[in-house]
Design a protein around this ligand. Structure first.
Ligand code: TEU
Length: 539
């Protein structure tokens, strides 16, 4: 991409509907009554918030080993969520309110209960056998083909009959073999069937992991005795071929694709979203989520340090890749709890929730709000392993308490800090109701931020530059187009900090403290502000 084009969201000639969008993520089992009817009942709430689209986490039939990311029927709706008619009604009712519907496509793996996998296991000569990845045989004895580890614990290889199959996440989620062209055609046809139902786009689960290398060499073993092959897999150039083919198969539909770019560095993300040939419209990158240890060993009590967060965000903001912006999702502890750690007065908590929102929503990219974030929800807490739902945390609990690495109490403390279940507790609708009635609530602040994105071109298209204040606890940056400028400053501490207002920024756009900063040049504890300047026109 040309240097001059870097740092803008998208340089396509025709603007796409999603370019100035804000998208709301729904984790159906914990949203409203745990079903589609519940989602429909909250569409007015979402329209009131002002979001342009919803991303629905998997609604497919699934044994639920990984809360729906183990799909046993790509064309159905799990009975616990409702019926296909309910789904159609959801799409219709969302569209009536100008809310688009993005669904989750999990194309890297199926459930081990998917009929394809049952058939593949039952008959080694079945055409479905080639849909999955098999290695080893009797003569290779009882040893897995290599030292690759599964993300949720243990080896990435499990035995079915005489051979091993690959399951990068768990044995319940066998990886699909994208080298098989019949499989690829099935997947594309399935995606088109959802588009025919009126779906407006896809969030593509771990899409950077679909292209497995032809060989499966051992890699360097990590702390758990296994090699994490995700980086190696993401680097396989076949990924581009598969995505090109996928894109072509969906040609003619006005949709958005958001790729979960697991293990992607900036260079890969940049190439995948290159406006001259976008294979994905945007990606979720995870470097900012890995600052407190996700990339190495997740179960630690490290915190996210602000200087590192600023550095990582600036790196991705000034790079070329088109981004989905997020602090939260169903795989991460809630950012409010994650950064606040411990207690703060309720008023300050709300103020900090707004500061986090302001910091993210005025950046370059498409902001995603994870259910409950807009009312300042915090992490759920779990008393013991029996209360957990998440396969990752449950496996880790047993692995690390049995090995003696952690006591049960220590492990539960870490799971309450970092585990995925923390963000999967039901949305507190009583709390939401209270906020709807109250001026100055977190909800109303999110609504303001969404309106700013819809109104100001600089929020969508401005170039990002970090703004160095010399203050360790401030996150500040500017955005700039040829016509407009924006200055955003956020105090991540409880201390008051004086910060001279940069020249020319006369128009206060948003504040979580009655505009105090714009009047005084002093940020109170957890205060945030954004100031605007129109550039003098060059007639
Ligand atoms: O997540 C993929 C992924 O690699 C991580 O987000 C991972 O869940 C996390 O680092 C573990 O701590 C996607 C889905 O979002 C997740 O819910 C699924 O479990 C996973 O794929 C498998 O489908």
């Amino acid at each position: 991409m040309a240097e001059s084009e870097k740092g803008t969201l998208n340089t396509r000639k025709t603007p796409q509907w999603w370019e100035n969008a804000v998208i709301y993520q729904i984790y159906p089992q914990a949203f409203c009554n745990g079903d589609i009817a519940g989602i429909i009942s909250k569409l007015d709430y979402l329209a009131n918030l002002g979001v342009d689209a919803v991303w629905l986490c998997p609604l497919y039939p699934s044994p639920g080993r990984d809360n729906g990311y183990d799909i046993s029927d790509y064309d159905g709706i799990a009975p616990k969520f409702g019926t296909m008619d309910d789904f159609k009604r959801l799409v219709k009712e969302a569209h009536v309110r100008n809310i688009r519907v993005i669904i989750d496509l999990v194309l890297n793996h199926t459930s081990n209960q998917h009929p394809w996998f049952s058939e593949a296991c039952a008959d080694a000569n079945s055409p479905k056998r080639g849909y999955y990845i098999w290695r080893g045989g009797q003569k290779n004895g009882a040893k897995p083909p290599n030292n690759w580890g599964a993300l949720f614990g243990g080896s990435a290889w499990s035995k079915a009959g005489e051979q091993y199959y690959l399951g990068l996440f768990s044995p319940y989620q066998p990886d699909l073999n994208w080298a098989n062209s019949a499989l690829r055609r099935e997947l594309y046809a399935m995606a088109r069937r959802w588009l025919a139902l009126g779906v407006d786009g896809f969030r593509l689960d771990v899409i950077t992991l679909i292209a497995k290398p032809g060989d499966f060499p051992d890699g360097e073993t990590g702390e758990n005795g296994y090699y994490d092959p995700r980086g190696r897999i993401a680097a396989n150039p076949l990924l581009f071929e598969y995505l090109r083919e996928f894109r072509q198969a969906l040609a003619g539909y006005d949709i958005v694709t958001v790729g979960e770019a697991s293990a992607a560095d900036l260079e890969l993300a940049d190439k995948l979203t290159d406006p001259s040939e976008p294979l994905l419209d945007m990606v979720f990158s995870f470097e900012h989520m890995d600052i407190d240890g996700g990339e190495t060993f997740k179960w630690n009590d490290r915190a996210i340090a602000l200087p590192a967060l600023r550095r990582v965000m600036a790196k991705w903001q000034t790079g070329g890749a088109a981004l989905g912006l997020f602090w939260n999702n169903h795989d991460q502890p809630r950012m409010l709890s994650r950064m606040l750690r411990g207690e703060a007065a309720p008023g300050l908590k709300e103020r900090f929730a707004k500061t986090l929102a302001c910091c993210l929503h005025l950046m370059r990219g498409v902001p995603f709000i994870y259910q409950g974030e807009e009312i300042g929800m915090e992490n759920g807490r779990f008393g013991g392993v029996e209360e957990l739902r998440d396969v990752e945390a449950i496996n880790a609990f047993y692995e690390h308490t049995k090995s003696g690495r952690f006591t049960e109490a220590e492990m539960m403390r870490l799971i309450n800090l970092k585990g995925r279940d923390t963000a999967r507790t039901p949305v507190d609708w009583g709390f939401a109701e209270e906020q709807l009635q109250r001026d100055g609530s977190v909800f109303s602040f999110y609504r303001e931020l969404i309106q700013l994105r819809h109104k100001y071109d600089v929020v969508v298209n401005g170039r990002y530059a970090p703004y160095d204040t010399g203050e360790g606890n401030i996150f500040a940056y500017t955005r700039e187009t040829d016509e407009e400028q924006l200055f955003v400053c956020c105090n991540f501490s409880e201390e008051e900090i004086a910060l001279p207002i940069p020249n020319g920024f006369a128009v206060p756009l948003i504040s979580n403290n009655s505009g105090r900063y714009a009047q005084t040049g002093v940020l109170a504890g957890f205060e945030c502000a954004a100031l605007y300047a129109a550039k003098p026109s060059v007639a």
